[in-house]
Structures are given as structure tokens and as C-alpha cells.
Write a protein that binds this ligand. Structure first.
Ligand code: FAD
Length: 343
């Protein structure tokens, strides 16, 4: 039997819009559950640009993607909101004004309202189609994101990909790693001219070996610990490269996927909503952040925050049908961090 979680509001997507929606729901005393396909919160800010400064968050002249997500996480900390990470929501059914959502790991969520804060969909790295790659992913021998460059000190690396990410990481790790083989299926890399010049210098210094045009063809190792990466050229000639890690940068794919089939009159990437409530064409289902669209929509984080507040207020009467919602400022409610919210 599948695991079941019951909640007042399910929030699909723990990007900035979803995280702030969790805050708004909690301030209105509605229970909520944050679900994300990724293993970590923060959506695009954490996955795509943790170190880049953002300049248009109100009252923050400059804040990095990661700092913003940390601050949003701190803001909801007092509410101990449950999270279901690494779960992609796939199916949605409705019965007697209750929604049932099912994730790809067969977890069922029973809820009174749904907030879709799915950005441009569940995105993930494009993975090379290699046999048993999952085993090597589980041990971290194969990676698509790098959080701590110190993991690679003194290690033999194979870095695959022909764009800015592959090149930037090869250059960043060149003094850290014992060796770096940079694999690309074409002769030329598509990257910023300055990076290309730096690559040539690193190749001359013997810090990076360029292995082109080659593709990945197989991985070998024991218990998920990588030992060799096999590569093949266009004529079928194979080479074995000794490696502790394979770092693959083949871009990200985004996929609104299953949500696009829920009958919300959406396009492949966007869901139309009523701007005053963020309700979709289906009562009880709301959409906020990048995924939501209406005339005049601006796809900015600050817009997602405001939509989160509107959706939470619009949902309140569904969760508490017999209680009138008296609008209150947060200043009158007390500090959630000190648990002084009025009971
Ligand atoms: P996202 O951040 O996209 O998060 C959506 C989450 O939903 C993801 O984590 C995804 O895994 C999850 N999800 C999707 N489908 C499912 C599913 N079926 N099941 C479970 N989980 C699912 N904006 C600004 O305002 N200012 C800037 O300066 C700025 N700079 C940017 C720079 C870059 C390089 C990029 C890429 C974007 C930038 N943005 C900026 C845009 C900003 O990041 C987005 O507007 C914002 O992240 C949208 O937030 P969101 O919460 O709507 O969605």
C-alpha cells in the first residue's frame, strides 16, 4: 500500500514561489506540504545559479541565489513544514472536493487545495544513456552538479560536455584535481572566447587533456565506485580512461510533463490563472510563480512572492469554510520565529 500524507494545501515545487507560499499558508494556520522533484529546495536559484547575485529582490540590493533560498528557508523554519523531496508529482484525481496526488515513487497526498509552483517544470540534468549509470550516480562517482570542489582534490576526473559548464568546471578544478580529461563529441567547444583561451593554456601546461571527438560509451568499477570511463570515437575506436569521477554537463531539460495533462487549459509550459486569486480554470487548483500566466505577468521572483500571498488568502475559505478570514498584518500576528503567533 502506498504511503499517504494528509494536508490542507499541497505545494508542488519548492522554488522561491513555493517556499514563500508555504510561509503564507502557515501564517494563515493552514497545514501544507512542500513537494519537489529535486533532492533539494530552491528551484532554479539553487540548481542553476546559487552563486550569482540577484539585484531585484525588494530590500536586498544584492543577494545570491543560495542566500535567497537560505533566507526563505529560515523564514519558514518556525513552522516545521514537512517536505517530500525527490518526488515528482505525476497524477491528480479529485473526489468530493478532496484532491489526491501521486508521486512517481507512489506516495499519495490527500489535500483540500493544490498550489502549483512548478516553475518551468521538473528539471533535471540530461543523463548519458550508459548501462548501470544509476549505480555510479548513487555513490556520487557520476555527478551533474558540483557543490564542493574540495571533493575532487587529488582525484582523476573525466569531464564530459562541450559548453560553458563543462569548460568552466574543468578550468575551476584544474589545480585541484590530479588529472582532468575533457571529453566532447565534436572538435570545437561552444564556450566564451576567454574560457577557450584559458583552456588552450591549461592544455599546454598539461593540466587538462582534451579528448575530442569522443563520446562516453561505458563505465566500469566496483560497488558503484568508478574505475574507468570508456569512450569511443566516430569510427568506433575505444579508449579506457582511469577515473575516480565522471562529471557530465549535457545541459538541463525542463518538463511540465504530467501537470500539462491535468486539463488546466495550459500550454506546454504555462498555466493560465485568474490574477486576483491565482486560481486555475479548475476550482481548488492554483498556480503561482514562473508557471502561472495572465495578462501583464512578469516572470520575476518578486511576482511569485505576491502570487503566493494571493493564492493562500484565496484558499483559506476552502480549508476553513465556516471561519471568516480577517485580514491581519504580520506585525499584529507576532513573530513566528518566537512562536508568539496569536493562537
Ligand atoms: P522554480 O524556481 O523554477 O522552481 C520550480 C520547482 O518545481 C523546481 O524545483 C522543480 O523541480 C519543481 N517541480 C516542477 N514540476 C514538478 C513536479 N511535477 N513535481 C515535483 N516538483 C516539481 N529572477 C529574478 O527575479 N531576478 C533575477 O535576477 C533572476 N536571475 C536569473 C538568472 C538565471 C541564470 C536564471 C536561470 C533565472 C533567473 N531568474 C531571475 C528567474 C527566477 O529564478 C525564476 O523566476 C524563479 O526561480 C521562479 O520561481 P518558481 O518558484 O516559480 O519556480
Amino acid at each position: 500500500t502506498p504511503a499517504i500524507t494528509k494536508t490542507d494545501v499541497v505545494i508542488i515545487g519548492a522554488g522561491p514561489a513555493g517556499l514563500f507560499a508555504a510561509f503564507e499558508c502557515s501564517m494563515l494556520k493552514m497545514s501544507c506540504l512542500l513537494v519537489d522533484a529535486q533532492a533539494h529546495i530552491g528551484g532554479q536559484c539553487s540548481a542553476l545559479y546559487p552563486e550569482k547575485p540577484i539585484f531585484d529582490i525588494p530590500a536586498h540590493p544584492s543577494i545570491s541565489g543560495e542566500e535567497l533560498v537560505n533566507a526563505l528557508e529560515k523564514q519558514i523554519e518556525p513552522f516545521s513544514i514537512p517536505r517530500l523531496l525527490g518526488h515528482k508529482v505525476e497524477a491528480l484525481t479529485e473526489s468530493h472536493k478532496t484532491f489526491y496526488l501521486t508521486t512517481h515513487k507512489n506516495h499519495v497526498i490527500e489535500t483540500k487545495a493544490v498550489i502549483i509552483a512548478a516553475g518551468s517544470g521538473a528539471f533535471g540534468p540530461n543523463r548519458p544513456p550508459l548501462k548501470d549509470i544509476e549505480t555510479f550516480e548513487q555513490t556520487g562517482s557520476v555527478r551533474y552538479f558540483i557543490r564542493n570542489r574540495k571533493d575532487f582534490t587529488g582525484k582523476h576526473l573525466v569531464i564530459a560536455g562541450g559548453g560553458d559548464s563543462a569548460l568552466d568546471w574543468a578550468l575551476t578544478l584544474k589545480d585541484e584535481a590530479a588529472s582532468i580529461a575533457l571529453i566532447h563529441r565534436r572538435e570545437r567547444f561552444r564556450a566564451a572566447p576567454e574560457s577557450l583561451a584559458q583552456l588552450e593554456r591549461a592544455v599546454e601546461e598539461g593540466k587538462i587533456t582534451k579528448v575530442v571527438p569522443y563520446q562516453l560509451s561505458a563505465l566500469t568499477g566496483k560497488n558503484g565506485q568508478l574505475e574507468t570511463v570508456e569512450i569511443v570515437d566516430l569510427d568506433g575506436n575505444k579508449k579506457q580512461l582511469a577515473a575516480d569521477y565522471l562529471l557530465a554537463f549535457f545541459g538541463l531539460s525542463a518538463d511540465l510533463g504530467p501537470i500539462a495533462k491535468w486539463g488546466l487549459e495550459c500550454t506546454a509550459t504555462h498555466i493560465p490563472v485568474t490574477p486576483s486569486s491565482c486560481e486555475t480554470t479548475h476550482p481548488g487548483i492554483y498556480a503561482i510563480g514562473d508557471v502561472a500566466t495572465y495578462p501583464g505577468k512578469i516572470k520575476l521572483i518578486l511576482q511569485g512572492f505576491s502570487e503566493a500571498a494571493m493564492a493562500a488568502h484565496a484558499i483559506y475559505p476552502r480549508v476553513f469554510p465556516n471561519t471568516a478570514l480577517h485580514f491581519e498584518y504580520s506585525t499584529s500576528k507576532g513573530n513566528p520565529a518566537k512562536n508568539t503567533i496569536n493562537a
